[in-house]
Structure formats: C-alpha cells, structure tokens
Design a protein around this ligand. Structure first.
Ligand SMILES: Cc1cc2nc3c(=O)[nH]c(=O)nc-3n(C[C@H](O)[C@H](O)[C@H](O)COP(=O)(O)OP(=O)(O)OC[C@H]3O[C@@H](n4cnc5c(N)ncnc54)[C@H](O)[C@@H]3O)c2cc1C
Length: 371
C-alpha cells in the first residue's frame, strides 16, 4: 500500500498548514484554557473546512475519506495547535442508532460546534463496571423521569446537551434494561458541580439529576438497548484517544529535545524509544482507520490502541523529565512539562483504565477464556 498523499490530499494538507500558521496561535493547546476555548476552536476549524471532513454532507460534513481526519490530526500536532475536539463517538452513536429526525436535529450542531455535548455514563458506583449504573429513567406520560448521579462528566459545565445512560428496567439482566437518552442540560432538575483535579485543573463535573423530564423522542434506539450503543461508541472514543495522544506526545518530546540539546544521552535514547513506539502505534491506528474506510465498524484494536497509548505516556513522561531536569519545574516552560505530568493519571483512566483494556484484549482479541 502507498501511504503517500494523493495530489488532492497534498493540496488539502498545504491549505491546512497555511491556515494553522495564520490562525492556531490564537488558541491554547493545553490546560483549562484549552477546554474553555475548545468550542471556538471547533467552530473555527469547521468554518475553514477542517472539521467533520469524513461525516455525511447531509449533516454538514464533507464525506471525504477518513484519511483526511488523520491529516488534520497530524498537521495540528506538527503546528502545536489544540487537538481536534473528539466527538466521533457521539456522531457515530447518533448516526448508527438514532432515527432520521434525531439525526437532522442534532448532528449539524454537533458537527459544526454550535451545540456542545457531554457524555454522562460514569457514576460514583459504576465506572469500569459501567453496567452497574443505577441512574433510573422511569416511564411517565410522554417521556421519562430521570433521577441519579453522574460523575467525571467532561465539559458538562459548558454543554447544552448530554448523552446519558440510565436504567429503564431495574428487573432486567444487568446489560439489558439500559436506555441511551439525549438530555437538554438546561432542563429543570439538572445540577452541574465542577470538580477540581490534583493538577489544579477543572474539566470534570458531577451531574445531579433530580426528576429530570426527558421526552420520548430524545431516546435513541430501544429503551432496553442502550448498552450495545454505549459499547460501540466507546470503541470509537478509545481509538480517537490512542491516535491523538500518540501524535501529540511524540511531537512535544521532539520539540523538547531541540530545546535541551543533545548532551543528555540516556534521556535522548529514551526519547528515541518513545518515537519508535509512537510510530508503531500510528501504524496500528492507521490500520484501524483503514478498517473504517472499508466500511467496517470499530474493532477490538481500539483497546490495543488505548493500552499502547498508556504505555507510551508512561515512557514519554519518564523521558521528558529526564531530558528537562530542573527546567521541568518552570511552570511556564514551553512545551509544558509539569502540567501534563500531573494530568497523566487522568489520561490513563479516561476512555477505560489500562486493566480493563487488558481484559478486553485477552478475551476479545486473544480469545482467552473468561472465568
Ligand atoms: C480524562 C477523563 C475523562 C473522562 N470523561 C468522562 C466523561 O466525559 N463521561 C463519563 O461518563 N465518564 C468519564 N470519565 C470516567 C471514566 O470513564 C472512568 O473513570 C473509568 O471508566 C474508570 O472508572 P472509575 O473511575 O469508577 O474507576 P474504577 O472502575 O472504580 O476502577 C478503579 C481501579 O480498579 C481497577 N479495576 C476495576 N475493575 C477491574 C477489573 N474487573 N479487573 C481489574 N482491575 C479492575 C481499574 O482498572 C482501576 O485501576 C472520564 C475519566 C477521565 C480520567
């Protein structure tokens, strides 16, 4: 297979590179400023033709092959620009499982960034074992009354809408009786409480749902089939995480090496190892992308991508601290070192913990028996 750009892809890449050169500096690539500016960044990318490139034209996309998303991610990383907002899991969930009315209502705003979204899956008693969730959706006239408590909901404080899992049938088997709802976050009874992390950063929230009315037409798919929807959207999310983090970290390290110079041999060797490992993950993510190009759904390799990313992160931060030494203590070092170091534990957990990915790989990829 020829991995070089076609003439059309090369022209797209050039246009993007020029656009990033002129526009990216106005947006922050990390920390709280990234999250607060993410909505504007999303809309700027979309208006310039660099967001939603592979999604259907009917909903505001361009229907280009997914390789254009890869080009966008690569050029964004090279420019040190903020990451492309990762919304694929929501778009895929709604495209595959929502009816046409829901798609027409929500996909355009989701893709062009004028309506912001969050995902309310995790609860204080249901994280890795998500099917233990206890948020309850009780059937009432014309809709559902939702009561429960979500946690670690990224961006809930900025989102107009949320995709929410809630138990519709408490008597059904654990993985059945769960519904996937779209919730207007301004509805009466939705209370959002931001959580400050050890790093000082925000991003997460607790969401309390007290007698929140969700109309019937905001249920996606069947009332008892939300679990299969959640599983397919989480696979898309994991691939995106693996892809973004790989590109981002390898590039940050390269820039770090340029600053610190070649005198620290051991750390530079570690950097070489990280680069090689990162290149291998990129090849794997590309393979996953090719599966998507061929029209196949996301596969269990999403768990390998996520797990490999975790390994890369661990190696990357050891190498980075080795390279920078005391410079790392400077709060404003560029690229930032300490802030992402403190953020690393959260990145390891988001989209599913390493232990859970290993379990998925063992059973779904290697076919090992489960006890
Ligand atoms: C950056 C980030 C963003 C997030 N964004 C969102 C979001 O937008 N929406 C949302 O709903 N959630 C979000 N989350 C929550 C995330 O999905 C959960 O934190 C994650 O699924 C783990 O659940 P938990 O925190 O309850 O940990 P637990 O499930 O309690 O796990 C604790 C520890 O036990 C281990 N463990 C658990 N079960 C097993 C097992 N069977 N075998 C071996 N080890 C096990 C885990 O690996 C982990 O080390 C986010 C989390 C992070 C860090």
């Amino acid at each position: 297979m020829d991995f070089r750009d076609s003439p059309e892809e090369a022209a797209f890449r050039d246009k993007l590179r020029n656009w990033l050169g002129e526009n990216a500096a106005a947006f922050k690539a990390s920390g709280d400023e990234y999250w607060t500016g993410q909505g504007e960044w999303h809309q700027a990318l979309y208006r310039a033709g660099f967001f939603g490139t592979s999604w259907p034209k009917a909903y505001g996309g361009q229907e280009l092959p997914p390789v254009y998303d890869v080009i966008v991610d690569e050029e964004i990383a090279k420019a040190g620009a903020p990451a492309r907002p990762g919304l694929g899991y929501l778009v895929v969930g709604l495209s595959h499982h929502g009816d046409e009315e829901l798609r027409q209502r929500f996909l355009p705003g989701m893709i062009n960034g004028t309506e912001r979204w969050c995902q309310g899956f995790s609860e204080p008693g249901a994280g890795s074992d998500l099917a233990s969730l206890s948020t309850r959706a009780a059937k009432v006239d014309g809709g559902w009354l939702v009561n429960g408590h979500k946690i670690w909901t990224s961006l809930a404080d900025q989102a107009q809408f949320g995709a929410l899992l809630a138990r519709t049938d408490p008597d059904a088997k654990k993985h059945r009786g769960i519904g996937y709802f779209l919730v207007d976050m301004t509805s009466p009874g939705v209370e959002v409480s931001p959580i400050q992390q050890a790093s000082g950063r925000f991003e997460f929230n607790e969401v309390f749902l007290i007698d929140v009315f969700v109309p019937d037409d905001m249920l996606v798919g069947e009332p008892d089939d939300g679990w299969s929807l959640a599983v397919s959207t989480m696979a898309v999310e994991r691939t995106a995480i693996g892809n973004y983090v790989t590109i981002d970290r390898a590039d940050a390290l390269r820039r770090m090496a340029e600053i610190t110079g070649p005198e620290q041999d051991a750390a530079l060797r570690a950097l070489g190892g990280v680069e090689a490992y990162g290149t291998a993950i990129k090849a794997m993510v590309l393979r996953e992308t090719l599966r998507l190009v061929e029209g196949q759904g996301p596969g269990p390799t999403s768990s390998i991508a996520k797990y490999a990313m975790v390994t890369l992160l661990r190696r990357a931060w050891t190498a980075t601290l080795g390279l920078t030494g005391r410079i790392a203590m400077l709060e404003k070092s560029e690229p930032a070192v300490i802030q992402p170091y403190f953020d690393a534990p959260a990145e390891l957990i988001g989209g599913g913990t390493p232990e859970i990915q290993l379990t998925v790989i063992a059973s779904m990829v290697l076919g090992l028996p489960r006890n």
